[in-house]
Design a protein around this ligand. Sequence first.
Ligand SMILES: [Zn+2]
Length: 369
Amino acid sequence: MDRRSFLAAAGAALSAYPGLAQNSGKQTQNVILVTTDGLRWEDLFRGADPAQINKTTGGVSNPDALKARFWRDSPEERRELLMPFVWKTVAKHGVLYGNRDRGSDAYVTNGMNFSYPGYSELLTGAPDDRINSNDQIDNPNVNVLEWLNTRESFRNRIAAFGAWDRFYYILNSRRSGLLVNDGYTPLHTNTPNDRIDLLNRVKAETDIWGSEAQDAPVFLLAKEYFRTARPRVFYLALGETDEWAHGGRYDLYLNAAHRVDRYVEELWNLAQSMDQYRGRTTLILAVDHGRGAEGASWRSHGQKVPESKYVWMGIMGPDTPALGERANAEPVTQSQVAATLAALLGEDYHAAFPKTGKPIAEAIQPAAK
Ligand SMILES: [Zn+2]
């Protein structure tokens, strides 16, 4: 859909629902947030990395097969091959941050450059020195989903699905009461069906990593929930990109990234086919940390890999101008995502929690405070 019909659909959809909150002149009524663990900005913006299409550092046993699938001579062609939805749709209708080759920096401010601190910064809007491990510890900080859930119009209309079994703790489901389905936990809903039963079983029986389920059953379960429960704020957290990177398999890492792109497209298209979401939904894409750039360091990240603080993010929806791939832009930080998500929905998270990052103003029209 081009931008004009995109906006026309947004306007038509809004007038069909006069009872909706006005959201201070904004059209966004729903947000879909998708993360894929530790997918590097280098791969997103440059496509397949020639330095890793080998056995030694990339763990690729059949480089020719990988090249046939993901190699082209220019970075622009390569990246579009790897993540076609991001490049053909998000970059066209929305905005992408984090291409350091073009002077757009996006980074985490937590200093740890690994997962729990990264997701905590993303979802609570601030780094916290106490969050210094990936342990199963309830997050002491309020997160933006939890805060929105205290609002009448969002209550029990927020859900999170995560491949990693830490999201229950990161989002402090015990305190927040948020629906968080993560790891190998089966989904139990008020409206069970055969698909959910089947996917619960597939998820449980395809255990490779212990603490992280495979992306496919996580996504399919999440999509089934989205379709039937129609949450206003929906968070999908995928994890295979990080697992295959740590496993030193660049081929499977690229496959996982490509699949994530397809999943995002499927979810977006599903949303656009439903009255509640069509033209009134903003998509936010993010990651929890970057990874090393050179040699075998692409496999890892953390405090000892300083460049792993660099991340990327994307935003697309009826309130976001089509700024495309940003160049020579103001840096953005992980801590700004929570307030940006809330601001798109007309809520001022940054005012409620002043230590959090400010909304990314240019990504929201009319410009956020
Ligand atoms: Zn991670």
